[in-house]
Design a protein around this ligand. Sequence first.
Ligand code: SGN
Ligand code: CA
Length: 528
Amino acid sequence: MTKQLPAAFSMVAAVTACAALPYLMGSCVKAKSDTVPKQPNIVYIMTDDHTAQMMSCYDTRYAETPNLDRIAKDGVRFTNSFVANSLSGPSRACMLTGKHSHANGFTDNEHCVFNGDQPTFPKYLQKAGYETAIFGKWHLESTPQGFDKWEIVPGQGDYYNPRFINMQNDTVVEHGYLTNVITDKSINWMENERDKSKPFCILIHHKAQHRNWLPDTCHLGLYEDRTFPLPDNFFDGYEGRKAAATAEMRISDHMDLIYDLKMDRQDLTSNLKSTYLSFVNRMDSAQRTKFEAFYEPIRKDFFARNLQGRELAEWKYQRYMRDYMKVLKSLDDNVGRVLDYLEEHDLLDNTLVVYTSDQGFYMGEHGWFDKRFMYNESYHTPLVMRLPKGYERRGDVDEMVQNIDYAPTFMQLAGVEVPSDIQGESLVPLLRGEKPEKWRDQLYYHYHEYPAEHAVKRHYGVSTDRYKLIHFYNDIDEWELYDLQEDPSEMNNIYGKPGTETITAEMMERLRRAQEQYDDPIRHQFPI
Ligand code: SGN
Ligand code: CA
């Protein structure tokens, strides 16, 4: 996925071009012909913690996701798609506003309440004549604004018999499995509730694939005969990477046997046991009976074996993978239902379908689950799109894109002029099949949530298609530099190593310019 820099690379020219781009791309879409929809519908499907390693159009080692792949096959697959801050609430705020976390104010899940009075793409689309709706995960604490219809799950949501908060601020419990219920509500809105004289924009935002991976009862038995290959760096010793060493997201040490892996037994306890029980106690007796009948023999076998050390870590990894895959099966099927609905109602030609995740996730790489780091698995996020008629790009889009780009993309598609304070760049030129010569060649990242669960230190950084520079700060002061071509798994921190002086200076300059371009106040605390 990485490309080599041209030998005679001119950093100054590249950075200047990058800074100028948002302003150049703010004009409205010109229809190429009468057949190009002026205001296409937008179906923006987003999952939680679904990572590209677990999507078969990106990686064939583990998962089969035929319906997600269908979007890519008929449209485009972004190969260099990244987030600005690898965490749910912050990602959602970046996507709604088109701005980095420090600019939209929602920097972390723990302390922030989204200021819903600020401009967001749904508000702009409403003004442009769209009908807008969101169903599913919201996670921004304040009440959604800019939607004609919303039904959101409280916080992280419940897999079973989920609660929804509706526009009257009532909490209603729906019977069933959350991924199905969100899809039912979304299809019902498209079919029965919206004003069919208007273009529409619907956000179908799933809780799946978030922890603690409770599969639907009909999928419990899947993948049990599969043994998944361990990532090469599963037993990472974190040499030269202090923040990685102190993070608390190792499958071996921090993945909870009860909560995450369902190995509950009456006499056992853990910090997360009460959360586990609050989730499984939501099941009705038929659901619970199937659930217990499935896990009970696995528990018996597990407790009898008394695994330790590496054997235990590998056993945990296999269970994690299997449960994640089962939850993914529901997700893929439900995305298929949405695509079928659009196809059967002749809406596909007139609709942009987007599939992405709020961030990537670790599936055992570096020994981890969870996200947060600017390292590849959690910085990268899947992004595929099926395009409305007249938008001609197909196959892979290799340009560097980021989740701050979605808002200006949707706005430009809707014919809304993109204000200059939006920090993302519209992807519309790429979707039209243009090959912009001066597309951005670096991305900026800033993660703020520390101290917090999983103990990932605060950090910011800049990446190009070849290198990544990261600064961990707060109660640590550590720099890391990676050559992504030589070391795609980011195991070898070359910061400060002899021979890296020139590239370090170039990446520092890029970081300085990115922080200035996006006006991140952190640059006053750590001037470069
Ligand atoms: C919960 C999870 C964490 C996860 C955060 C953020 N713990 O707190 O493992 O990192 O959400 O996830 S849990 O015990 O409640 O499952 S995010 O995707 O919403 O940002
Ligand atoms: Ca998430």
